[in-house]
Design a protein around this ligand. Structure first.
Ligand code: HEC
Ligand code: HEC
Ligand code: HEC
Ligand code: HEC
Ligand code: HEC
Length: 478
């Protein structure tokens, strides 16, 4: 391409429409990046799928543009060589072309940058995008919507602030996208703790939960309903010794001033913990607790972790339930009429039954509840069709919040570490078998963590003493 040297570079560039398009794409990609990047890096809030735009689409536009420019130049040079275009340099035409070029690219860029890119990025940060577009995360979205964090965006807990977290979430996002498209994503999705897809948890949680605040004691009244005909209620009253970051009690014991707890886990989900180290830099106390069924050699090879909020609160938002508890809650709230005979027992059985799909559950579950009453209590069935119908819907809603057969998420798929009744939880360490060589044991006494004020009682004295027995059980009519 031997152009006379008096022709400016932009003349070469504007000779062929292909190189013009190429230059426009190049500019669009660069300007879009400029729009998105600061928003991305500055913000704590981010989403793995923004990576699709930043790492896939924009580079594609950029490199296609880059490739088109020389092709255009080559083609225009060929046209000149073959005598199909004048080889003289017409400054006016070239300037006109350049003006058009700048006008149109600027227009497209402003439109693209402000509208499309910005909105796309914004949209990808919504829980709807994370949980619904990517359907394999639907269980997490549903459980999240039914939790105290339903107003907190997914990315607040799942993407670390700063450039490193941003990059790692991008790569993870692209991998997840490919897995979803190819339908090779694991089912059920492994817990985030297991796959390290959680922000360094303490910093995240403490962004919103001020350490000084989650302190004190907390009264818990747990209602349970029996399997008998009248679904008899009993109440357990626990005074939780929550403590605080400076007050002893549950929080203070694990991260009070100077306290650091590390532990080794056998499995990725951290359910089996044979070794625990307690360090208190303020008092100089260092303890090594080893569970009685393990040997020091078997522990050495295991990965260790520093104890964080999520080692207890692993389900602060994806709070899946178990059938008896979910039924207890629905009965306590009055969503299901307690006066229907055997309603607790029937509800739990129908929830536990095996359905291959959610559709099958929707077809069978309410129908089977109705036919139970039709068969065994025909008079009641005739009188209270509406209550039975409503109960069927409420039981199905419990199922739909917790079980996703297509994604292999079922009762108990995800253990909850806050407690010890349904899953090992606190007793992973506080099982009375984790002991130091000197004989100190991680406590299991029943009043270490909570003062049990009443255990499964029909009418606990303590609630009467406090004068709240009636008030806390009253269900308001809707
Ligand atoms: C308040 C913090 C928080 C928010 C908000 C949050 N998550 Fe999570 N998420 C967690 C924690 C903690 C875990 C780890 C649970 C475990 O490892 O046991 C987790 C685990 C997951 C998992 C792995 C599977 C599982 O259930 O363990 C997926 C998928 C997930 N979250 C998706 C989402 C989506 C989608 C949203 C938004 C709709 C969201 N998360 C919002 C804290 C959060
Ligand atoms: C963006 C803010 C935000 C972040 C981040 C956040 N939370 Fe929360 N959290 C809230 C809000 C809002 C509530 C509901 C108000 C309340 O109950 O105090 C809440 C409630 C809670 C509760 C009380 C639930 C109850 O039943 O009373 C716990 C426990 C909790 N969060 C733990 C965590 C943990 C653990 C993390 C880190 C994985 C976390 N939160 C991250 C805002 C946040
Ligand atoms: C050793 C386990 C453990 C660890 C670690 C832990 N918590 Fe808790 N936390 C609990 C228990 C148990 C409760 C009381 C739960 C209940 O019965 O309602 C609680 C209660 C809470 C509450 C609710 C307080 C209230 O009065 O309603 C918040 C908020 C909370 N924790 C936040 C955090 C944050 C943030 C961290 C990390 C810095 C953290 N917790 C670490 C066990 C733990
Ligand atoms: C990873 C192991 C681990 C887990 C899981 C764990 N703890 Fe602890 N906990 C410890 C260690 C270690 C100590 C300190 C024991 C000592 O110094 O003798 C401790 C101490 C305590 C104490 C103070 C006990 C005392 O004697 O004063 C309380 C209360 C407590 N934990 C509550 C809980 C609760 C509630 C849970 C579950 C939500 C829980 N812990 C889960 C390791 C654990
Ligand atoms: C290491 C701390 C710890 C110890 C020790 C402990 N608990 Fe608990 N317990 C908890 C926590 C945390 C919960 C969950 C409270 C909640 O639901 O928020 C709980 C819940 C319970 C519940 C209510 C369960 C339900 O149905 O919801 C009962 C009953 C109970 N504990 C009994 C006991 C008994 C009996 C002992 C003695 C063997 C004991 N606990 C020892 C921490 C502890």
């Amino acid at each position: 391409m031997n152009y006379p040297s008096n022709r400016p570079a932009w003349f070469v560039l504007t000779r062929h429409w292909l190189s013009l398009v190429g230059a426009a794409m190049l500019a669009t990609a660069v300007i879009s990046w400029l729009f998105v990047l600061p928003h991305q890096i500055r913000g704590h809030v981010d989403n793995p799928y923004v990576g699709i735009v930043i790492f896939l689409i924009l580079p594609l536009v950029f490199f296609t543009g880059l490739a088109l420019i020389p092709i255009g130049i080559y083609l225009s040079a060929r046209r000149i060589r073959m005598g199909m275009a004048p080889s003289t340099f017409d400054r006016k035409i070239a300037l006109q072309r350049l003006a058009w070029f700048f006008g149109i690219t600027t227009f497209i860029n402003v439109l693209f940058g402000t509208q499309v890119t910005y909105r796309a990025v914004k949209h990808m940060e919504t829980p709807q995008f994370c949980g619904a577009t990517c359907h394999t995360m639907n269980p997490e979205l549903v459980a999240y919507e039914n939790s105290p964090h339903s107003r907190v965006e997914c990315v607040e807990c799942h993407v670390a602030p700063g450039a490193a977290g941003w990059l790692s979430s991008k790569t993870a996002g692209i991998r997840q996208l490919v897995e979803t498209v190819l339908n090779t994503s694991p089912k059920p999705i492994p817990t985030a703790i297991a796959s390290n897809r959680l922000v360094p948890a303490r910093e995240t949680c403490e962004n919103c939960h001020w350490p000084q605040k989650f302190a004190g004691v907390k009264l818990r009244v747990i209602n349970k309903y029996a399997d008998d005909e009248s679904s008899t209620r009993t109440q357990t009253v626990l005074l939780m010794m929550v403590g605080g970051n400076k007050i002893s009690g549950i929080h203070g014991a694990h991260f009070g001033p100077g306290v650091r707890i590390r532990f080794a886990a056998v499995d990725a989900a951290r359910q089996t913990i044979p070794w625990v180290e307690y360090r208190n830099t303020t008092t100089g106390d260092i303890q090594n607790f080893v569970s009685s069924d393990s040997t020091p050699d078997s522990i050495k090879a295991l990965p260790t972790h520093e104890m964080e909020c999520v080692d207890c609160h692993n389900r602060p938002t994806h709070a899946f339930e178990l059938p008896p508890r979910a039924m207890d809650k629905a009965l306590a709230r009055g969503d299901i009429a307690i006066t229907l005979p055997y309603i607790k027992k029937e509800g739990v059985e129908l929830l536990k039954a095996d359905y291959r799909t959610r559709k099958e559950a929707a077809d069978k579950l309410p129908a089977n509840l109705a036919s139970f009453y039709q068969q065994h209590y025909p008079d009641l069935y005739a009188e209270r069709a509406q209550d039975i119908n409503q109960a069927g819907k409420a039981v199905l809603a419990i199922y739909n919040r917790n079980v996703f057969p297509e994604l292999r998420v079922t009762w108990g798929t995800y253990p909850d570490n806050l407690g010890h009744e349904d899953f090992p939880g606190c007793f992973r360490c506080h099982d009375g078998s984790h002991t130091t060589p000197a004989g100190r044991t991680i406590a299991q006494d029943c009043n270490t963590c909570h003062e049990p004020l009443a255990m499964d009682e029909a009418t606990p004295e303590i609630l009467k003493t406090l004068g709240i027995a009636e008030r806390i059980s009253k269900v308001q009519k809707q």
